[in-house]
Ligand binder design. Sequence first.
Ligand SMILES: [Fe+2]
Ligand SMILES: [Fe+2]
Length: 361
Amino acid sequence: MLRTTLMRAVPAQSLVGPAILLSSRRTFASNASRWSSLVAKRTNEQSVSGSEGPHIRDLPPPPTEGDVFKGDWVLFHPVYSKQELKSVQVVHQETKTFGDKVAYAGVKYTRMLFDLVSGYRHHDKIPENMTLEQLRKKGIVMNEKQWLTRILFLESIAGVPGMVAATCRHLRSLRLMKRDSGWIHTLLEEAENERMHLLTFMTIRDPPMWFRAMILGAQGVYYNLFFFSYLFSPKICHRFVGYLEEEAVKTYTQCINELEAGRLPAWSDAPAPEIAKDYWRLPADAKLIDVMYAVRSDETTHRFVNHSLANLNLKTDVNPFALREPNMHVKGQKIAFEREEAKDYVQESARILEKGRARPQ
Ligand SMILES: [Fe+2]
Ligand SMILES: [Fe+2]
């Protein structure tokens, strides 16, 4: 299902046409022209209007007096169909290079820390002859409070890399006086998306002072570490985030399984937080489980996007997801685009744009 904040707001006739609506999860400016190469354009090359993201002119007119704009999010984010939400699989990117191995080891170490902080233990098999109370006592399954501690800590950290990477790309563009080729906004979208996860789960539990202090410390260390790492090797950093998101998909998959198996009874019929209903366009009677599915799909997008970006030449290639992204049936089962696939995807975007331009406006 193709629904986005922007599409909701923009009159249908201002978009390029059904062909793009059916094949894209983003919107395009109607006057975009050829853009079919993975190689970044030079600063003085002919302008390609709308090819690196929607323009202010594509947005609805400013609010008139009396209108109320609410919400803490403005960037593109997907809204999923039921089939998409169920199509997510736990998949893994094989480590092929030395950089991949460094990134994977970094994630394993980070995961160990997460597990320690949140008291999380992964069990492949849950004994069937034990009651829920016994399972919790033995530390085989976590209760709702423990899950929230893990999720809140995870999300407070997960919002950092996208913002750092966007900052670095932004500064690079300024410093070298070169185009960025559509990377910055995808990275900012990821940061906002992760922040919305945090704000959503904050409505279920307001963390105590000690927890907030821990996040403060962790953020200080992690932001700086990631910033300097990104200056040194952005490729390893995107691979690192890809592996981190693999863990996030696993965590939310386990949480969904626990919920559906009735081992988180306080959440089994809990309503979705209001902020989540608005953000993911959930129905009024949506439940917390629907939010879990939506969040897991977001993490799957981050997994796919970051592993794909890590497969590109980060100095010369354009962002293949600047205009559109594959749907969850692809992202949920495929770990990433290889560089050649990214090139094909960019060329397909160009064809769709051309087709849209050919349609009568
Ligand atoms: Fe997240
Ligand atoms: Fe994520």
